[in-house]
Design a protein around this ligand. Structure first.
Ligand SMILES: C[S@@+](CC[C@H](N)C(=O)[O-])C[C@H]1O[C@@H](n2cnc3c(N)ncnc32)[C@H](O)[C@@H]1O
Length: 399
């Protein structure tokens, strides 16, 4: 295996990177230029250098520490979001070392190394280990020991554990954490009485020995982190607003009604409409959360909350709107509403519990040529299909 972390390897990758960053170039021209610049070098190797250079450019979203880094396609695809890595790392006590199972591109590793005295991290893949060692070293991160081994067959040192296991099997995303590499039971056993955190799919059911934190950046719930042996509630949400870096934490109420309280649509005109963040939906506690925040619904099974109060703060991550108008969702009525409010084709179409997809709905609507871009929500109320004209409020969480 050619060593891309050698001086020659890094030189070829940086050369390819400079070429790729020229605005007028194409991948084909870069390949040609590389062949000319490094005559006699194996073409497979040059093509790999080009991939590494291209991944280095793509990795800029990971932050400045990845500037001279090396990533395979898989490392880049599987890597953690640095904002979430920092949040998870901050959970570990600052005075004890951490064992990490599944290093990958080392985004979590770097975040942990910034918090705890030292990190011992294991990855089964030789190339991943080689690149991540290099990536950490060029950024001056010196308190990490990267070990190439199958963690599941190792006697892990007794310490707090962080793990982001591989979740793909034959290109299918796996939800059951026992099918992960390594499986959840291995981490549970290896951590003993120590604290452990494991990143799993948000579709995973929280096992009894663990508590769960649904996390996301922006309007997405990217992951569920299972924690054990730490002082955390059974379920929580942690959401990062990318526009201002604000971290919103929410713990659902323990108890409440089983169902959302449904009211007739006629009561909702002028009300505030609350769209819960996907991480809130994942907790499965929506009816409790709505009741605790004095929100009612259009339907017991639809995740839209409404508040008659203009100011009462809603204490879970959400987007907020005002209901400007409500009509029956037949297209004659909706087109009349469009004409009345001069809505143009910039209008956003949303649906909750409605039988047609937004693209299909859009084809049936006749927007005015140049007017206002509104928001139309197609939904259901008491067996009736309705369409609400919404106005986005800048108050509340801007995600
Ligand atoms: C999802 S990635 C980790 C990504 C990492 N958190 C990051 O921020 O880049 C999972 C990694 O686990 C490694 N892996 C899979 N099975 C393993 C095992 N049994 N022992 C150690 N590492 C393993 C894979 O090689 C892969 O690099």
């Amino acid at each position: 295996m050619f060593d891309f972390t050698s001086d020659t390897g890094l030189h070829i990758v940086s050369f390819a990177q400079e070429l790729l960053m020229q605005q007028t170039t194409t991948p084909l021209r870069v390949a040609e230029a590389l062949r000319k610049a490094f005559p006699g070098t194996d073409s497979v190797l040059l093509s790999e250098a080009q991939t590494l250079a291209s991944n280095r450019i793509k990795a800029s979203f990971l932050g400045s520490w990845t500037k001279d880094a090396l990533f395979t396609d898989t490392m880049l695809q599987q890597c953690s979001h640095p904002k979430l890595s920092r949040i998870h790392a901050a959970e570990f006590p600052k005075d004890s070392c951490v064992v990490e199972v599944c290093t990958g591109a080392g985004i979590d590793t770097a975040a942990l190394a910034a918090v705890v005295p030292s990190v011992t991290t294991f990855d089964i893949d030789e190339r991943v280990v080689q690149y991540t060692r290099h990536n950490l070293q060029v950024r001056g991160i010196s308190n990490v020991d990267v070990i190439c081994a199958d963690a599941a067959t190792e006697d892990l040192p007794p310490a707090n554990i962080w793990s982001d296991p591989s979740r793909r099997s034959q290109d299918k995303r796996v939800v059951d954490p026992e099918s992960y590499a390594p499986p959840l039971s291995f981490i549970e056993h290896a951590s003993g009485a120590h604290m452990a955190g494991v990143k799993v799919s948000p579709a995973t059911h929280i096992p009894t020995a663990w508590v769960g934190e649904y996390t996301g950046v922006g309007w997405q719930c990217q992951e569920l982190v299972l924690w054990r042996n730490c002082n955390k509630p059974r379920v929580a949400c942690v959401v990062v607003d990318p526009s201002n870096g604000k971290v919103v934490r929410w713990i659902p109420p323990d108890l409440g009604p089983e169902k959302i309280t449904e009211v007739p649509a006629s009561q909702l005109l002028g009300a505030r409409m609350i769209e819960p963040h996907p991480a809130v939906l994942r907790t499965g506690t929506l009816a409790h959360a709505f009741a605790a925040n004095h929100l009612v619904g259009v339907d017991t099974t639809i995740a839209l909350g409404f508040s008659e109060s203009a100011n009462e703060q809603v204490r879970f991550p959400h987007r907020e709107y005002v209901v400007q108008d409500i009509v029956s969702a037949d297209f004659k009525s909706v087109n009349k509403l469009i004409r009345h409010y001069h809505l143009d084709s910039g209008t956003q179409i949303k649906k909750r519990g409605f039988h047609l997809e937004p693209t299909v709905i859009r084809r049936k609507l006749k927007f005015v040529k140049s007017g206002t871009a509104g928001i139309l929500m197609f939904t259901r109320n008491r067996e009736r299909r309705i369409c609400m004209l919404l106005q986005r409020k800048n108050k509340g969480m801007e995600l």
